[in-house]
Design a protein around this ligand. Structure first.
Ligand code: 9Z3
Length: 337
């Protein structure tokens, strides 16, 4: 996690409620405000799902990092690392593999088809030029790529295969995740969750937060944060128990990655944990499942990476193959009953 506005905080109220006790997910929802787009999202998802064929596979992709505000009228926040590359690139791949995609992303993080033209990568202006007669146009060397991305984007948006919903804070994310999960649950094995967003492990409950901007007159700032309840548990057990669930595990210490990924799998009992290291995530990931004690390694070479190959292509193909098998197994087991 990094400090959102690079400020040095030097004063803070320390609430007695901000201890390190772990609350359960329901209590979290009772004590935090839903996002303003929750109702809109519900209506749009309902419409989106109504437009899908009965056998359509649907994936919820979460992408980007959640923020944790330090004040109710938020000036400062703690942010979680994620540019949204994994999520936005995977969305493009899943669409090309025939999925309908609900893309739940952090506002201003990378988005499918738009990701190459974002300020996070190159600024939009670097793709444009002025003509001699005073018009602005796309530079000829970019025209083909932009035309292709635009056509794909329009095809999937207009064809009701891509729906984008945004979040900023941890609370926004969790309310939206629960909403989408409950709406996808009736699809059973056909629905997949691909949880690539980087979600904060710690937060300050809104009733413990300073209402207004924390003032700097009282010296150093000490922050005490509560642990975020583990939402994978209710997601797997209650919200969407028959769906295919892929979570991601991010570490910086290589010794911890494997054990933590296995632990998550044992604890929540879902289908796949994709483990990645912060500094090698663009060319190497490991898939942990309950079917095998050894992880399945997916990697691309440095040369492929330099040539513009995305590891998400291999990753989504492998996940999609396993999901297909899951759907088929489910189908067979319901027919035998
Ligand atoms: C990931 O591990 C993603 O692959 C990345 C992608 C965030 C590394 P980028 O968006 O990065 O391409 O820049 N996401 C999950 C991170 C996370 O918060 N996992 C939690 C954990 O590790 C479990 S939900 O405990």
């Amino acid at each position: 996690m990094s400090l959102g506005d690079n400020a040095v905080f030097d004063s803070a109220p320390l609430s007695p409620l901000a201890g390190r006790r772990v609350i359960d997910p329901d209590t979290y929802f009772d004590h935090n405000k839903p996002p303003t787009n929750l109702e809109w999202a519900h209506t749009e998802i309902e419409k989106f799902l109504r437009h899908q064929a009965p056998d359509q596979r649907v994936v919820l992709i979460t992408s980007g990092g959640t923020t944790v505000p330090l004040e109710n009228n938020t000036v400062r926040f703690v942010d979680n690392f994620s540019a949204g590359t994994r999520g936005s690139c995977s969305a493009e791949q899943f669409l090309s593999l025939g999925y309908a995609v609900i893309f739940l992303y952090r506002e201003k993080s990378l988005q499918p088809f738009n990701r190459n033209y974002s300020e996070n990568t190159r600024g939009m202006l670097s793709y444009l030029e002025e003509t001699e007669d005073g018009h602005v146009r796309v530079k000829p060397e970019w025209e083909q790529k932009i035309r292709r991305d635009l056509a794909e984007y329009r095809k999937y948006m207009d064809g009701d295969k891509l729906l984008m919903v945004n979040f900023t804070t941890l609370a926004d994310y969790l309310f939206l995740l629960r909403e989408v999960s409950l709406m996808l649950a009736p699809l059973g094995s056909r629905a997949m969750f691909y949880l690539a967003a980087a979600v904060s492990d710690f937060f300050i409950p809104s009733h413990s937060m300073s209402e207004h901007k924390i003032q700097s007159g009282d010296g150093d700032l000490t922050l005490r944060m509560n642990q975020v309840p583990k939402f994978l548990r209710p997601l797997v057990k209650n919200w969407a128990p028959a769906c295919y669930i892929v979570s991601f595990k991010l570490e910086t210490d290589p010794e911890l990655l494997g054990p933590k990924a296995k632990h998550a799998l044992d604890k929540y009992g879902h289908q796949v944990v994709v483990a990645n290291m912060l500094d090698t995530r663009k060319w190497q990931v490991w898939l942990y499942t309950r079917e095998s004690t050894e992880p399945c390694v997916i990697q691309i070479s440095q040369q492929q990476l330099a040539e513009g190959r995305d590891i998400e292509q291999d990753l989504t193909e492998e996940i999609s193959r396993r999901h297909k098998q899951f759907v088929a197994n489910h189908h067979n087991s319901t027919q035998q009953q």
